[in-house]
Design a protein around this ligand. Structure first.
Ligand SMILES: C[S@@+](CC[C@H](N)C(=O)[O-])C[C@H]1O[C@@H](n2cnc3c(N)ncnc32)[C@H](O)[C@@H]1O
Length: 293
């Protein structure tokens, strides 16, 4: 196991994502947002991170809300929330990410009161005092060490309105056996764990820390800062799309898989989940409420 401390983890993510986002085509993002209805209706039915993030009528609750997005990446979700009527502050450790969000916003004619990209470590960022209705992260928390996750959750809880909600879409690893089998199957640029040398080389450049991504771990960490914490398991069947060739059949399979997954018993969904939607409500307002702090 590669042990990574929190400072090293933040630096690795920054370097990795500065590199990945350097060549992002801002005009393509602008075109996607200009064709928002078409893009959004396909994404929320098909792509698991969009399907999960927007479950339970989330899109309909965004109008007029102040939203803080953590780990906003290429900014497409921040711009989508803005299109749905939210005022969005989008944060990422990569300065390339803030550049993309702000350039796209400018081309779309969205002022900073509608969407604003900021870069830096969330714990040391000075954000304005007005509280948020919602804090979201899509495929974000699993990039943090558990220590940093707790720091981020503490700060996020303190920035939410009492009736506010934190919402994270993350991978789920609820079965160690299934998980070790998953690592054995090579995908895209990740070699099989059975190929020890190639796997170690891949792991050295991977920005994810070694941490638990079980629902139980996320909920335990969240319960330090929120009264109500829930995890909804996703992707027990959708996960197999990676074994199919890409293209329209693959996307059709994913849409079918989401519908079937929703009808499976909870124990099955939990055990075989590939992803999860984490929803945290009722932020604990003081250190005393948080018990151990
Ligand atoms: C897998 S990407 C997801 C990006 C985007 N949310 C999406 O759904 O496409 C993870 C993102 O988290 C960001 N990130 C990693 N560590 C971070 C940190 N400590 N603070 C803020 N952002 C961080 C990365 O730069 C990257 O943009």
């Amino acid at each position: 196991m590669r042990v990574v401390d929190t400072t090293e983890n933040v630096r690795e993510n920054e370097q990795h994502y500065d590199q990945s986002y350097r060549d992002v085509n801002v005009d393509e993002i602008v075109t996607m947002v200009e064709n928002f209805d078409e893009f959004f209706s396909d994404a929320v039915r098909t792509d698991t991170s969009w399907y999960g993030m927007y479950m339970d009528g989330f899109a309909d609750r965004l109008k007029g809300r102040r939203v803080l997005e953590l780990g906003c990446g290429n900014g497409v979700n921040a711009l989508a929330m803005c299109m749905l009527g939210a005022q969005v502050v989008a944060v990422d450790i990569s300065s390339e990410s803030a550049r993309i969000v702000n350039q796209a916003a400018q081309k779309l004619g969205f002022g900073p009161e509608r969407v604003q990209g900021l870069s830096g470590d969330f714990t040391s960022l000075n954000l304005e005092d007005e509280p948020f209705d919602c804090v979201v992260g899509k495929a974000f928390l699993h990039h943090l060490t558990e220590e940093l996750e707790r720091e981020y959750l503490a700060k996020a809880a303190g920035m939410l309105k009492p009736e506010g909600e934190a919402r994270f879409f993350e991978p789920a690893e609820n079965s160690p056996t299934l998980d070790s089998l998953r690592w054995m199957v090579p995908v895209r640029n990740r070699p099989s764990s059975l190929n020890k040398k190639a796997f170690a080389k891949w792991k050295a450049s991977d920005p994810h820390p070694d941490r638990s991504n079980s629902s139980q771990t996320y909920l335990q960490n969240a319960a330090l800062y929120f009264e109500q914490v829930d995890a909804l398991s996703l992707g027990s069947i959708e996960r197999f799309h990676k074994l199919l060739p890409g293209g329209s059949f693959n996307r059709k399979y994913r849409r079918w898989a989401h519908r079937v997954d929703a009808r499976m018993p909870n124990w099955f969904r939990h055990k075989f989940a590939r992803s999860q939607l984490l929803v945290y409500r009722h932020p604990k307002s003081s250190a005393a409420d948080r018990g151990s702090l």
